[in-house]
Structure formats: structure tokens, C-alpha cells
Ligand binder design. Structure first.
Ligand SMILES: [Zn+2]
Length: 254
């Protein structure tokens, strides 16, 4: 049996994408064109593709939960919380940890997962790049572009702010970031924030919002070594060691 692809015609609508319902004259659906399932699926796929393009995930598309090694010491809690958040994006998820601890991978994995399962607008933004981008669209000649762009970002269903705290904190940038956080905060919009910044160095207006327990029940600190610097072979070794440690523990009955 041959599997028909979208370029071949569907046996139901013969490739038209639409069909007429066989209902008697006078029926409210008489003469109405119905969208065929083959076309509906295609449209959904196109919509998904558009959402993916809009997400700005680009180089982070490869980072998923499947290829995140949750056994690296120190990342377990962040991994669990990220998974839960991806299943049910609500409130704010804040992941803090040093450069290379895996927080960006987890943030991207959330974005990828949500894009796969929800028709959400997801925006993945590396904060310093985001500010550069906004600055580029800002100015008397391009005010409309700036307003539109800023509105898209601050109102995305899910916003990922990666690498918050490493940006150049000019007064302008501080103000934009504050406006962004404040909007997300006021409307309780699902947001993921990763940072390696010492909390005491974060703008107190933003930090007080990050610390609201109703929106974010904890700030998860990833106390891992360098996640990226652990080679896959070392990970296998680490897993083997974990396994034998657990086995030992079981055998010793503790
Ligand atoms: Zn069809």
C-alpha cells in the first residue's frame, strides 16, 4: 500500500482540500464548502512551522529534554521543574547557575516542548541580543516597528529570557527590561528566566517581582559543574558509577 503524501491527492476530497456535504436542499449546510481533514492537518502543520520560525529558537532547536542528561550532578531538580513547567506553562520559572550549567539547554527544551504540544506563541530571547535588537528598532524614524516588536515580545504566550543579567545595563536597557518584566508580572504571563547573576546585583524592582511566591514558588539554583564540559563518554562513566553506587546502597540495605 502506498502512503499518500500531501502532494498526492487525498482520496476523500481528491486533492481539492474541500468537499460539499451531502445534505438535502434546505439543510443549513447545503452548498457549504467543508475543509477536508487533509487540508486541516496541512494548515496546522503550517501554523506550527510559523510559530517555530517566530520563536527565534534557531540554533537552540536541537536542545530538547531527550538530549539533556539529567544525571549530571546538580541538575536534577532544575530538570524536574523544567519538565513540569513545559507540561503546564504557568507562572515564572527561574533557573540560576553559572555559565555552562545546563540552564540554557533546559530553557530551550521547554520552548521546543511547548511548541510541539501547544499552539502557543513562544519567544526565545537571549537578553543582551534582545536589547540590541530593540535598540536597533528604536528611534524617531522607526517608532512603529519598535512598538510592534516590543508588544510582540512582552505579550508572547511564553517568553524565555535567557542569560538575564549579562546585558549592558544602560539606563535605557534597564528601563526596557523593567517594563518587560513588569508587564509579564502584571498579567501573570508564563515566563522562563535564566541568569548567572548574583541576586543582589539584579535591579531590585525586577528582583522583587521574581521573588513573588504566588508567581514563582522558588528560584532554582543549579549547582552543577560545567554541564557542557562533561563529554558524553564521561557521562556514561558517571551514569555507571551512579548505578553501582545505588546498587551498593541497595545491597547494604540502607
Ligand atoms: Zn482531502
Amino acid at each position: 500500500m502506498r502512503v499518500s503524501s500531501s502532494t498526492e491527492s487525498c482520496s476523500y476530497c481528491r486533492g481539492a482540500g474541500y468537499y460539499l456535504l451531502e445534505v438535502p436542499y434546505g439543510h443549513p449546510d447545503f452548498g457549504q464548502l467543508m475543509t477536508c481533514q487533509c487540508r486541516a492537518a496541512e494548515k496546522q502543520q503550517q501554523r506550527r512551522q510559523r510559530l517555530l520560525e517566530m520563536s527565534n529558537l534557531g540554533p537552540f532547536q536541537e536542545k530538547t529534554f531527550e538530549n539533556f542528561d539529567a544525571r549530571v550532578a546538580g541538575v536534577g531538580r532544575a530538570h524536574t521543574r523544567a519538565l513540569n513547567f513545559a507540561r503546564q506553562p504557568q507562572g515564572w520559572l527561574i533557573l540560576m547557575g553559572n555559565y555552562g550549567c545546563g540552564k540554557t539547554h533546559l530553557a530551550a527544551a521547554i520552548a521546543n516542548e511547548v511548541l510541539q504540544h501547544h499552539m502557543f506563541t513562544v519567544l526565545f530571547a537571549v537578553v543582551p541580543d534582545l536589547l540590541d535588537h530593540l535598540r536597533g528598532t528604536f528611534g524617531p524614524s522607526s517608532e512603529v516597528a519598535y512598538d510592534e516588536r516590543f508588544e510582540q515580545i512582552r505579550s508572547a504566550h511564553l517568553l524565555i529570557l535567557d542569560d538575564f543579567g549579562t546585558e549592558n545595563a544602560t539606563p535605557w536597557a534597564r528601563e526596557k527590561l523593567y517594563q518587560l518584566f513588569n508587564h509579564r508580572y502584571n498579567y501573570r504571563l508564563p515566563t522562563v528566566i535564566t541568569s548567572n547573576r548574583d541576586p543582589k546585583d539584579i535591579d531590585p524592582r525586577i528582583f522583587s517581582r521574581m521573588s513573588d511566591r504566588e508567581l514563582c514558588d522558588e528560584i532554582t539554583i543549579i549547582d552543577a559543574g560545567d554541564y557542557r564540559r562533561i563529554l558524553p563518554s564521561q557521562r556514561v562513566e558517571q551514569r555507571r558509577q551512579d548505578h553501582s553506587r545505588r546498587k551498593l546502597r541497595r545491597e547494604s540495605g540502607s
